[in-house]
Design a binder for this molecule. Structure first.
Ligand code: SF4
Length: 292
């Protein structure tokens, strides 16, 4: 096949016309040809996975983010696909979702300027600050299983016993702001004991206003809307969450919102149990927040 150099367009884009006999005559033509005969193998693998699992893209993701969305779905599926056991695959997929989000969030600024003012707001979250851990958290089943597996494989016997006691005495708070005695049982002396694999909702939550957190979570006054969050993270969070939903749905896994602590208690009772994914009823007792 012959490629003839055509014209160089404005903005430096080179066009080629194709005719059947002469080989490429320039380095750029050769590069173009190489790209045509050797497409990105990773992109091909991702495309194959989307087909293998019959992925249906989320209608909730804006068109501009559609390519990123499908890429994320494929990356999550790829992590799952590399594991022999379903539970191990689910843990790997959750870990990949978190890795992708952390990588994204790390590139965002810690400080934002408020439009039309000289005010600058900085992310107020620091290690040891855990006011938001008073509030109930929702997860999906894969997260509960991944966290249970992490606890099973990394906690000492003493840590497991102490956690079991905290789980047994956990008081489920009556509303979204929590209650003074409703600290998450995973929080130990102000630090998250499963920080590496903490739920996605914990991972993405942050605040630009410590005082608003104190009012809402501790004093139980004020409004959650006063706990300002950084808009780029908030905007992108939806794409990550819908991508996880699409990927796990494609794997035939329940993605209803579950109350974290009851779901974790169920998953801890049967670490690594494949039957946790065998039916929608395995986590029924934790499906307080189900939107079905
Ligand atoms: S899982 Fe960790 S970050 Fe989330 S509420 Fe519990 S202690 Fe806090």
């Amino acid at each position: 096949m012959r490629r003839e150099r055509g014209q160089t367009a404005a903005k430096g884009v080179t066009f080629f016309t194709v005719s059947p006999t002469t080989p490429p005559t320039s380095a750029s033509a050769a590069a173009y040809h190489a790209a045509m005969v050797s497409p990105d193998p990773q992109a091909l693998a991702r495309q194959r996975l989307l087909g293998k699992y019959r992925v249906v893209a989320s209608p909730h993701v804006p068109p501009l983010a559609a390519a990123d969305h499908l890429n994320l779905v494929a990356v999550i599926l790829l992590a799952f696909d590399g594991q022999a056991l379903r539970t191990a695959g689910v843990s790997a997929a959750c870990a990949e979702l978190c890795r992708q989000y952390d990588r994204y969030a790390a590139r965002l600024p810690q400080e934002i300027a408020v439009a039309d003012t000289h005010v600058r707001l900085r992310i107020a979250c620091t290690a040891g600050c855990s006011h938001c851990c008073l509030a109930p958290v929702t997860v999906i089943a894969p997260e509960a299983v991944a966290i249970a597996e992490y606890i099973d494989t990394t906690f000492s016997a003493e840590q497991k016993l102490a956690l079991a006691l905290r789980l047994a005495s956990y008081h489920v708070p009556p509303d979204e702001r929590g209650a003074p005695d409703s600290m998450c049982p995973l929080n130990v002396e102000g630090l998250c004991s499963v920080y590496e694999v903490r739920p996605f909702n914990c991972r993405r939550f942050h605040s630009l206003d410590l005082q608003a957190c104190l009012r809402f979570f501790r004093a139980r006054t004020g409004d959650l809307a006063e706990v300002l969050q950084e808009p780029y993270r908030m905007d992108r969070f939806g794409v990550f969450w819908h991508s996880a939903d699409v990927a796990f749905t494609a794997l035939g896994i329940d993605t209803r919102d579950l109350d974290f602590i009851p779901a974790l208690t169920i998953a801890i009772a049967e670490p690594g149990a494949e039957q946790l994914f065998a039916s929608d009823s395995a986590f029924a007792a934790a499906a307080h927040y189900s939107d079905e």
